[in-house]
Design a protein around this ligand. Sequence first.
Ligand code: ZN
Length: 279
Amino acid sequence: MADNPDLVIRGGTIADGFGGELFEADVALKDGRIAEVGRVAAKGKDEIDARGKLVAPGFVDLHTHYDGQVTWSHDITPSSQNGVTSAVMGNCGVGFAPCRPDDHFRLIQLMEGVEDIPEPVLSAGIPWAWESFPDYMDWLSQRHFDMDIGAQLPHAALRVYVMGERGARRDPATPEDNTAMAALAGDAVRAGALGFSTSRTLNHRTSTGDRRGRADRDCGGDAQGRAQRASVCARSGLDRGRPADDAAGSREHTLPDLVFRGAGRPGAAALAPDARQYQ
Ligand SMILES: [Zn+2]
């Protein structure tokens, strides 16, 4: 019995994630790993009858905005109800750390505008038990969830934290601002951030409709400035990057490439159809 599988899932229809045809099989698990897929003769210590059911790996969702929900709920629904077992939040440059006490409402308004998560829900739900990004990670690590979550450092929060009103006004970042942001980005990654996110889509605005608080100014400008900023980030120890969600347009298409090459780090970019229609 000692060598028997811990769990056998019997007779399910397998979607193994490799893109092939579905097939019927048993899945045996031992010590938390898949030990066998096929006709499993050994009896499992536990067994699940999966006939007529789909058996599939958990989905990894790279683009979510659970930054608020993880602070008040242990259930990361609806994703966890729909087969997602790992989700990455902090996308589109929006999130809730780092954040000074005076800027809570500003970041909530930005999240409401970008993601349509109602301000009354965010205001009532977020406990703001942190200020820095590492504090946010420490605080989250005390909590338990029904799926795995990972966080990215959001550009808008970082910009407002370092530049205050100038950042919210979308003033260009000074070299000193960039150095301060890069240092904090390094701290965030060392504290466990999966990377850094930003956005240039024109439909990302605050709930009052303006573009205040957006972070795109740091990602525009001349190529030399972008490359300089990217290399500052890289030198600060930012060894994981997911730097750009992006709007369409040929000039825009070159930006993620410039940032990734400048930083010498891997990245992913999401392209919106044509953000100009939202202006
Ligand atoms: Zn997003």
